[in-house]
Ligand binder design. Structure first.
Ligand code: F0G
Length: 330
């Protein structure tokens, strides 16, 4: 088993978020940014990489908006495999790119978007001795479903609603599979409604059409033609949930709010879930008194540029007591 001891992430109560939306709600954050490479991808990557090694593979390949490539690079290093990763130019956060690079992956920056890159790596994996570790690899979903198992173990029950960002749509598929399996095994009495959030400029499932040029500040979910489109639709349909959208402005507002009021620094794609919560509570779509779990998919340090652009700039001062005090206004 190729592992970095991923999983077992905290399920953190979010009382300020409840206060700001509806105090009758019990809101919990599944903090996946605390995984070894800083995102939920590690849950799937331990499985995909272990199976690749078992099959005698020597190399792995993926397309990525950043987190999959960071995780693939780290687990490939751990396994002693080569990693090839393709990322879209200008759309990958700095932290993610630095992870893939330092773990020794061959990083190709493509003049195109994620969907085009995924198409290329899928074709390469069909014809060359290299294992595809995008979530079209079924072992990825099998690993990621453990997120749902943990939520139920930590909460002692299933939430009423599970809110999650949607990009390539693997994670919503995985959570729903996890919940269904735990339910079938008698580990929980009821099933949650799955609510997925896409960025308004990259909302193929919501709009029911491929988006040729997706746009959003949440680069992790800047995807116009998700690979797990069908299974994601099934998840929301079977669970009586739905797919919704949030604007970049709503995402950035939620991003700052969580950081300042709950002490949680997550990346913009994760903030889409919090923005979505604010939106659907306001719209009256959540039953009062409900228990909600929000998956926060990736750590805020992944994307330091967006953090600095979204917050008050640091102030430069001379190294003098008076100058510093003048700035503090104590
Ligand atoms: N949040 C973050 C931080 C992500 O990195 C991703 C996907 C998602 C949400 C959406 O998850 O694709 O399963 O629907 N990132 C992929 C990547 C596409 O390449 O790292 P999804």
């Amino acid at each position: 088993m190729v592992t970095l001891l991923e999983g077992n992430t905290p399920l953190l109560p979010a009382p300020r978020l409840a206060e700001a939306t509806d105090p009758s709600l019990a809101i919990f954050l599944k903090c996946e940014g605390f995984n070894p490479t800083g995102s939920f991808k590690d849950r799937g990557m331990t499985m995909a990489m272990s199976k690749a090694v078992e099959a005698g593979s020597r190399a792995v390949i993926c397309a990525s908006t950043g987190n999959t490539s960071a995780s693939a690079a780290a687990f490939a290093a751990r396994a002693g495999l080569r990693a090839f990763v393709m990322v879209p130019r200008g759309s990958v956060a700095l932290g993610k790119l630095s992870q893939a690079a330092i773990h020794g992956a061959k990083v190709l920056v493509v003049d195109g978007n994620f969907d085009q890159a995924l198409d290329i790596v899928r074709r390469i994996a069909e014809t060359h001795p290299v294992t595809l570790v995008n979530s079209v690899n079924p072992f990825r979903i099998e690993g990621q479903k453990t997120g749902a198992f943990e939520v139920v173990d930590q909460l002692g029950r299933a939430p009423d609603y599970h809110l999650i960002p949607v990009g390539n749509a693997g994670n919503i598929t995985a959570y729903w599979r996890g919940y269904r399996e735990y339910h079938r095994d008698g580990k929980m009495g009821s099933l949650p409604r799955m609510v997925g959030f896409q960025a308004a400029g990259a909302a193929p499932i919501y709009e029911n059409r491929v988006i040729e040029e997706p746009r959003t500040v949440a680069t992790a979910i800047k995807i116009g033609n998700p690979a797990s489109w069908g299974p994601a639709l099934e998840a929301v349909k079977d669970s009586r949930g739905w797919v919704d959208i949030v604007t970049d402005e709503e995402i950035l507002r939620a991003y700052r709010m969580l950081a300042r009021e709950e002490g949680i620094f997550m990346e913009p794609a994760s903030a889409a879930t919090v923005a979505g919560l604010v939106k659907i509570v306001k719209a009256g779509r959540i039953e009062p008194g409900s228990t909600l779990v929000l998956t926060l998919t990736g750590h805020g340090l992944k994307d330091p540029d967006t953090a600095l652009e979204s917050a008050t700039r640091p102030t430069s001062v001379p190294a003098s007591l008076d100058a510093v005090l003048a700035q503090l206004g104590l």
